[in-house]
Design a protein around this ligand. Structure first.
Ligand SMILES: *Cc1c(COP(=O)(O)O)cnc(C)c1O
Length: 216
């Protein structure tokens, strides 16, 4: 079994185990820093949804591939500086890391200029870690409202990266709860070591890097 088939089977298995439709969980292949040959192999096996964490690295890697694979779907899952908002809007099909007003303003301005806006997820810093991006859980409702109403952004859901040294389940549960009370349906949560748990807590997108491609 290839890495992709193996992970796909584990995603589907985790969904079925909690009574969910496997089609309701999208596997995002996190290709950051992976060698080109590994990415090509996964593309050839049919994977089309990829996550990258840097705008410039993604431009270099996907610019040309994008022309060859029309159904490619690229998501930005790493920190975005507001001066790169326009470049990110031009390249990505979704930006999953909105977490502050300045970035919301830059995305709104860029989207108006380009005449298009990809789907947006708000990143929540569920563990309230100082070094981590994301809006604090207590500020999430107000920020989501501002992103939608003040900036007119198409916010579709939430994303989180739980603290590395804590049980992720409580963070996944918190993210799901914030999404529910804000009428949001997309939940990007779960990585190589905890995506099955995330699916149990309602993840609609799991971000899998090393378990799929091998160690970085
Ligand atoms: C790198 C990265 C992942 C993938 O991590 P793995 O543990 O290799 O699966 C997922 N999400 C984000 C935001 C990342 O930066």
């Amino acid at each position: 079994m290839s890495g992709l088939e193996d992970i796909g089977a584990r995603v589907a298995g985790a969904a079925r185990a909690c009574g969910r439709d496997p089609a309701g969980v999208t596997l995002i292949a996190v290709s950051k820093t992976q060698p080109a040959a590994r990415i090509t192999a996964v593309l050839e096996q049919g994977q089309r949804v990829f996550g990258e964490n840097r705008v410039q690295e993604a431009q270099a890697r996907w610019g040309e591939r994008r022309a060859r694979f029309a159904d490619l779907h690229l998501r930005l899952i790493g920190p975005l500086q507001s001066n790169k908002a326009e470049a990110a809007l031009a390249l990505f099909d979704a930006i999953d890391v909105l977490d502050r007003d300045k970035l919301a303003a830059a995305l709104a301005e860029g989207a108006a200029k380009l005449g298009k806006c990809p789907d947006i997820l708000v990143q929540v810093n569920t563990g309230e870690e100082a070094q981590k991006a994301g809006v604090a859980p207590g500020e999430a409702d107000a920020f989501i409202r501002a992103a939608r109403e003040t900036y007119g952004l198409p916010v579709k859901g939430l994303m989180c990266i739980p603290p590395a040294d804590e049980e992720p389940a409580m963070h996944f549960a918190l993210l799901a709860k914030i999404a529910r009370r804000n009428g949001l349906f997309e939940l990007s949560m779960g990585m190589s070591h905890d995506f099955e748990t995330a699916i149990r807590f309602g993840a609609t997108q799991v971000r899998v890097g090393s378990a799929l491609f091998g160690a970085r």
